[in-house]
Design a protein around this ligand. Structure first.
Ligand SMILES: *Cc1c(COP(=O)(O)O)cnc(C)c1O
Length: 416
C-alpha cells in the first residue's frame, strides 16, 4: 500500500466491538500520521531471507522437496519435540491435529472463548462441537476450573491457547486431561519460544500447533506446523496433508516406483519448499527476535505499571512469555474505545484480540451460542487492546507508543 502526501485516506478500524464493526466505523487520518503508522505486528524480511527464497526458486524442488523436512527438523530442534509436520497454514495445522486425534461427529472439544476463530473452526471441520471455556481475567488464559466444568461424556480433547504468548497452566490441564482420558492440544500460534516451568512450548501437550503467518514470530508467508512426540499421530497428519495418500512424489521417485494408495480422505495442505526455505532462514533469527520482544514488553511493563485506568496482563512466575501480542486492559469498555480512537489518531496501530469466538454470527446461528456464556472473556473483549510489539519496533517507536498512550489516557481521564 502507498500513501501520497497531502491526501486523506480512510483507515478502517476492525474489531472494536461487534456493533461498531457492523457499522464499519472509519477514521480520517492525515498522510503525515499515515507515513508513521505503527502496526501492532508485521513481518521482518531481510536480504538473506530473500536470497534463501531465490535459491529455492532456482532448485529442483518448488514443493515437498528437501526444504520441508529441513524446516520440520529445525522447528523440532528449537522446541525439543520429536516430530514436525509442516502444512499450508496454522489453521490447516489445527485441522490436521483434530483429524489425527480422530475427532468426529458427536465429539466435543473444549476451547477457550478468547482466541482466534481458527482454534474452534478446526473442530468444526471434523464435524465435532467446540465447547467454550472461560478465561482467567488476569492472564486471559483458559481457566482449568472452567474446563473441568465443561467436560461431558462426549468430550474428547482440550485445546489450550497460549494467549498473547504466555503458556497456559499445563500442569493443571494435563491433570484434567489424564483424569478424563482426553487429548491435550496446544494452539501455540502465539507462543513459539515460550516456556512453562523450564519446559519448552512444543513439548507441553500431545500435539502443538504453530502458525507462520506474517504477524507471528517467524513467517513463511502462509504456513503452519504441528509438533508431537507421537510417531503415529505424525504419520496420520503427513497423509492428511497429502490427500490421504501414504507416500509423497519425492519418496516414490527415490524408490523408483509410481504406485501409491489413497488410504483415507485428506486434503492438499502441503507447504512449498519456497516457503520452507524462508522459514528455515527466519528461524535462525528467532532467538534474537524473542529477546527484542521481551525487551519491548519489559519497557511497556515498567511504563504502564502504575496507571489508574489501565493495566497490563499478569505474568505468571513459572513461565517465559513469547510476546506475540502485548495486551492492555482498561477500566471500562467506554474508556477502551476512547483511548483506542485517540491512539489511532496518533498513528499507533492498536488492535483488539479477540472477539469471543462464540459471539461470531456463525457460532450463534449454527450452535445457538449467546452472550453470557463466558463472562470473563466478554468483559475482557470489551476492555482490551493490543499495542505494537515485534523485532521491527525500535526504541524510538516504544517511546512514541508510551508517550501517546499516556497522553491518550490523560485526555480521557480529564473528561471522565
Ligand atoms: C494465527 C492463529 C491461528 C491461525 O493461523 P493461520 O496460519 O493464520 O491459519 C490459529 N490460532 C491462533 C491463536 C492464531 O493466532
Amino acid at each position: 500500500m502507498r500513501f501520497r502526501r497531502g491526501r486523506w485516506r480512510e483507515i478502517q478500524i476492525v474489531g472494536i466491538s461487534m456493533k461498531q464493526r457492523q457499522n464499519t466505523m472509519s477514521l480520517l487520518l492525515s498522510s503525515d500520521a499515515l507515513a508513521a503508522f505503527l502496526p501492532y505486528g508485521r513481518q521482518r524480511i531481510e536480504e538473506d531471507d530473500i536470497e534463501a527464497v531465490v535459491a529455492a526458486l532456482r532448485s529442483d524442488w518448488l514443493t515437498t522437496g528437501p526444504k520441508v523436512g529441513e524446516f520440520e527438523a529445525a522447528v523440532c530442534a528449537f522446541t525439543g519435540a520429536q516430530y514436525g509436520v509442516a502444512v499450508s497454514s496454522g489453521t490447516a495445522a489445527l485441522h490436521a491435529a483434530m483429524y489425527a486425534l480422530g475427532i468426529g461427529s458427536g465429539d466435543e472439544v473444549i476451547v477457550p472463548a478468547m482466541t482466534f476463530a481458527a482454534t474452534a473452526n478446526g473442530v468444526v471441520y471434523q464435524g465435532g462441537t467446540p465447547v467454550f471455556a472461560d478465561v482467567d481475567p488476569e492472564t486471559l488464559l483458559i481457566d482449568p476450573m472452567d474446563v473441568a466444568r465443561k467436560i461431558t461424556a462426549k468430550t474428547k480433547a482440550i485445546i489450550a491457547v497460549d494467549y498473547a504468548g504466555q503458556p497456559c497452566d499445563y500442569e493443571a490441564l494435563r491433570g484434567i486431561a489424564d483424569q478424563h482420558g482426553l487429548a491435550l492440544v496446544a494452539d501455540a500460534c502465539h507462543a513459539l519460544g515460550g516456556t512453562y516451568t523450564g519446559r519448552k512450548v512444543g513439548t507441553l501437550a500431545d500435539l502443538t500447533v504453530f502458525s507462520f503467518h506474517p504477524v507471528k514470530h517467524i513467517t513463511t508467508g502462509e504456513g503452519g506446523m504441528v509438533v508431537t512426540d507421537n510417531p503415529e499421530l505424525a504419520a496420520r497428519m503427513r497423509r492428511f496433508r497429502n490427500h490421504g495418500i501414504d507416500t509423497d512424489y519425492r519418496q516414490r521417485e527415490a524408490e523408483g516406483t509410481w504406485y501409491y494408495e489413497m488410504t483415507d480422505i485428506g486434503f492438499n495442505y502441503r507447504i512449498s519448499d519456497i516457503q520452507c526455505a524462508l522459514g528455515i532462514n527466519q528461524l535462525r533469527k528467532l532467538p534474537t527476535w524473542l529477546m527484542r520482544r521481551r525487551k519491548i514488553a519489559g519497557c511497556y511493563n515498567d511504563a504502564f505499571r502504575d496507571l489508574s485506568m489501565a493495566s497490563p496482563l499478569v505474568l505468571m512466575a513459572n513461565r517465559e512469555h513469547a510476546y506475540h501480542l502485548y495486551v492492555m486492559r482498561h477500566a471500562s469498555g467506554v474508556i477502551r474505545d476512547k483511548v483506542f480512537r485517540k491512539m489511532r489518531e496518533m498513528g499507533i496501530g492498536v488492535n483488539v484480540h479477540y472477539i469471543p469466538v462464540y459471539l461470531h454470527p456463525y457460532y450463534r446461528r449454527v450452535y445457538g451460542y449467546a452472550p453470557g456464556l463466558c463472562p470473563e472473556a466478554e468483559r475482557a473483549f470489551s476492555a482490551i487492546f493490543t499495542l505494537p510489539i515485534g523485532p521491527g519496533v525500535s526504541d524510538a517507536d516504544v517511546e512514541r507508543v508510551v508517550a501517546s498512550y499516556r497522553r491518550a489516557l490523560a485526555e480521557v481521564e480529564s473528561h471522565e
